[in-house]
Design a protein around this ligand. Structure first.
Ligand SMILES: C[S@@+](CC[C@H](N)C(=O)[O-])C[C@H]1O[C@@H](n2cnc3c(N)ncnc32)[C@H](O)[C@@H]1O
Length: 209
């Protein structure tokens, strides 16, 4: 099933389904993101990019947290998800939603002060290309936060393999490791949650000299 087809089906119920993998006992990564990462790394009044924004969960959380945003750009490949996001945030004039592939971002170099991607990269075929694109459009010294599903530690890997057949009915996705997209260790930080099923990765672009 194509990603766009899957998210056309999922879009109407997406906001209710989301806590299944990102809330409750699986919510540690998002709680850490809200408690430790966003307050420290998202510069107040910044121009923010949300990669694979879906229905705008990250914009919603930043607004709830009271993080001042000068401009927000959400990018997603699914017309249905983008439509939901536009409808939800029609009142917020500083948000723009773009229908585009993360592998080819429609922005100039050095545009954004901060970028975030939650639960989206695992759907992207050329994940390294998408991360390089994100770094290209970030300003020097800016942060990119990536939260994705990853292969858990043993023995938690076993149930993941057992339920794998169910994923035939889900959007195409794979479990990622930072090694899939990060070539250098400098300035990178990685945290694991939910026995390794969730990985949060913080990359910083090289500061201007
Ligand atoms: C699980 S949803 C996550 C949405 C949102 N970030 C969140 O945290 O709720 C994954 C999103 O990634 C988008 N996506 C998948 N592949 C993409 C690609 N190549 N380019 C842009 N968006 C993509 C999907 O359309 C979907 O909206």
């Amino acid at each position: 099933m194509k990603v766009q087809t899957a998210y056309r089906i999922l879009a109407p119920g997406y906001d209710w389904l989301r806590p299944l993998w990102a809330g409750g006992i699986l919510g540690d990564a998002e709680r850490f993101l809200e408690r430790e990462i966003l307050p420290q790394q998202c510069p107040p009044g910044g121009v923010v990019l949300d990669l694979g924004c879906g229905t705008g969960a990250n914009l919603e959380r930043m607004l709830k947290m009271g993080i001042p945003i000068r401009k927000y750009a959400g990018v997603d490949i699914s017309p249905a998800m983008i439509r939901c996001a536009r409808r939800k945030f029609s009142w917020f004039r500083d948000a723009q939603f773009y229908l585009s592939d993360l592998e080819r971002l429609p922005f100039s170099d050095n545009t954004f002060d901060f970028a975030i991607s939650t639960w989206a990269l695992e759907h992207v075929p050329q994940v390294k290309l998408a991360v390089d694109e994100s770094l290209r459009v970030l300003k020097r010294g800016a942060c990119l936060v990536l939260l994705s599903h990853s292969l858990p530690n043993l023995p938690w890997r076993i149930p993941v393999y057992l339920i794998k057949p169910i994923f035939r009915f889900a959007p195409p996705m794979r479990l990622l490791s930072p090694r899939d997209y990060s070539s250098s260790d400098s300035g990178d930080h990685t945290w694991h949650f939910a026995k390794g099923l969730h990985t949060l990765h913080l990359l910083t672009t090289e500061a201007a000299t």
